[in-house]
Design a protein around this ligand. Sequence first.
Ligand code: NAD
Length: 484
Amino acid sequence: MVSRVIPVEKFDLVIFGGTGDLARRKILPGLFRRFLSGQMPAGSRIIGAARSDLDSAGYRKMIADAVAEFGGNESSNTKSLQSFLQQLEYVAIDAKGEGGWAALKALVRQDVVQAFYFSVAPSLFGDLAERLHTNGIANENSRIVVEKPFGRDLESAQALNETLAAHFRERQIYRIDHYLGKETVQNLMAVRFGNMLFEPLWNNHYVDHIQITVAETVGVGGRGAYYDKSGAMRDMVQNHLMQLLCLIAMEPPGQFEADAVRDEKLKVIRALQPIDHHHIVRGQYDASPDGPSYREDAENPRSFTESFIAMRCHIANWRWAGVPFYMRTGKRMKARSSEITVVFKDLGHTIFEGDEARHRNILSIRLQPNEGMDLQVTIKEPGPGGMRLIDVPLDMTFADALGDNVEDVADAYERLIMDVIRGNQTLFMRGDEVEAAWRWTDPLIEGWEARNDVPKVYDAGSAGPEDALMLMHRDGRKWRDIKA
Ligand code: NAD
């Protein structure tokens, strides 16, 4: 099976912050892969724009090194890399001053697709947006891409939205959440809306509960002081887990089109009920032989910020009334694993005498590692000895299904950047969605701050604090094992 590559229109992509960590680790290696796949048309330009005093030759060298370090197998393709590098330019620019803007204007063409990736701190968004216009560079069809964090609460998110709206229309703004660019996340929509099998069961008559887990093995390490100002709720739940929740819970959109999809996601967020604080567990990882504790990493011995959070949510609508959604995410956990699991209800009645086991179908969608899904079904245990039932997974790991071509599956950033060039906003967050997510998140954070809630300490390399296990045990349920 060979994945089809549909070339995009010729473009000029300016990456503000083009020398930064994100640009070097993700954006440019990703663009090189798209170049290799033939998706990037000849004559397109990628223009790095940042504070460093470099020229285009120096920038090409920097990006060659970045591709070698972060580009995986492709980096060995040196001939193609040289051709790719020829499409790169660099402008030293000051977002807050006038330096470099004339040079940028001279490079960016008006007759090709224009995209400006704001891979810089959000405090610079307003300066960049304004200068793109005052210098006559952006036009009414230009697109801008903005990175998380999109605010740290409702008020700051609204302020950011207003800043961008002063210069660009909503149809020009691409708020990136790279979780939405993952193959499996899109497959979730294909499974739900492209099969007869699942959608009729996708409701409170047949689903017992849903679990969403995003577990990381890394701690907050070098960026501890920065992380300590946000925590797992702001860093992961408000954006990534919320987006996964929306895709799993939303009503079928009328068509697979940006606003139709985003309207349905917004309805889910608006239907989320406030959570009683007994249904939220926050944690901080402890020191271990492998590394310091969260508080040491955060350089804050009195930190109340969570590196882990688990919660039970409810969506107040007809489809989901009474179905709990359990979400958890944390750092320094036992394995790196992201998974969405739909646990269907037990059979109401069994005809197999003597079979005491509790059989239920479980659909799990793995985002990492080994993107894919499996469906647990009950079958007869092979061999003689009567009707003994066992539960087995029907496994669909993409690597198996796609064979050697799994390397062709675009990484989230690559896919999303190509969507920007195509002008397809389906996998990007709309301003009202982001604000609605903060509107739900803010009171929960304010609640634990007002209570001076102290996060529970958990062992590094575990599944989080004991209380998080109890959150489900109390309901007669249990979390899926976190495994790599
Ligand atoms: P970074 O600190 O590594 O790079 C910042 C870039 O901004 C540099 O290229 C720098 O030259 C440029 N810059 C800073 N001030 C400037 C100014 N006044 N004028 C022009 N350029 C200026 O940051 P990063 O890690 O690449 O992150 C960039 C953005 O992406 C941030 O908003 C961050 O929160 C977000 N983000 C990063 C990651 C990641 O993995 N690094 C992941 C998600 C989101």
